[in-house]
Design a protein around this ligand. Sequence first.
Ligand SMILES: Cc1ncc(COP(=O)(O)O)c(C=O)c1O
Length: 292
Amino acid sequence: MLAYLNGEYLDRARAAVSVEDRGFLFGDGVYEVTRAHDGRLFEAERHLRRLERGLAALQIARPRELESGSLIEISERLLRDDGLTSGDATVYLQITRGVAPRTHHFPPAGTSPTVYLSASSLAVPDDTRARGAAVILTTDLRWERCDLKTINLLPNIVGKQQAVAAGAFEAVFVRGDVVTEGASTNVFAVLDGELRTHPATHRILPGITRDVVLEIARESERELGVPVREVSLTSVELRRASEVFLTSTTNDVMPVTCIDGAVVGNGTPGPIARRLHAALVARMTGTAAAAR
Ligand SMILES: Cc1ncc(COP(=O)(O)O)c(C=O)c1O
């Protein structure tokens, strides 16, 4: 398996960064995970826009790969050369503020950002989807810029580990009494006949899958029979929702059937989640058949 690192394609096992890389020392960087199906990237432009927004917000220099528009080409070459041109895969991309002697403040102007990309095959969790996933609720301990996709993921890691230790699929964060999002997913719920999700504020990551699912849900509001509202839910509301589901690049639409041990709705994946999942897969694979 290959890695792209600062202009070179290397054997991934041998690719290495300096111990003075600010990603290693401070978690000073941003990342993206983009889905690929049959070697084709899904919603690459949206991922690039989110990446550019994160770099600008954190004042990390734009790497030359971004200036030359070659990130998509690099991703496609990694998928090709790693033999990932059929089925599901992801491309991981990370940009850090670069290598410099350790200071909290930014390094000297002209320090080159570190650019790393790699591709991996993806085992889509269809078995879990068929049954529905269990989640736990946990306190959202994160900072006030959850809208930035930074490599600082400690609260997410700790939350996910709590979920794994409890035999659950995901940890859902609650701030005060507001359900924000999952450790690596966005959260949707059908409550009182409406499809709701937390608005895209600084409290959540604006997930690309969330965006696409919202688009699909709005386009098919009449067929789905539920209006869409970007309004947050309390944990009490989440527990009495008739359907709950998660969205992310690696999970697509994942129905939730259990919250902290209590059954959601009738305990099986709900019709809205199933239909949105089918429509999302149809978009990704470019097939209408998957939507049936
Ligand atoms: C905190 C968080 N929220 C939501 C998501 C889902 O985002 P996307 O749909 O872009 O994968 C992720 C993905 O990793 C995440 O880390």
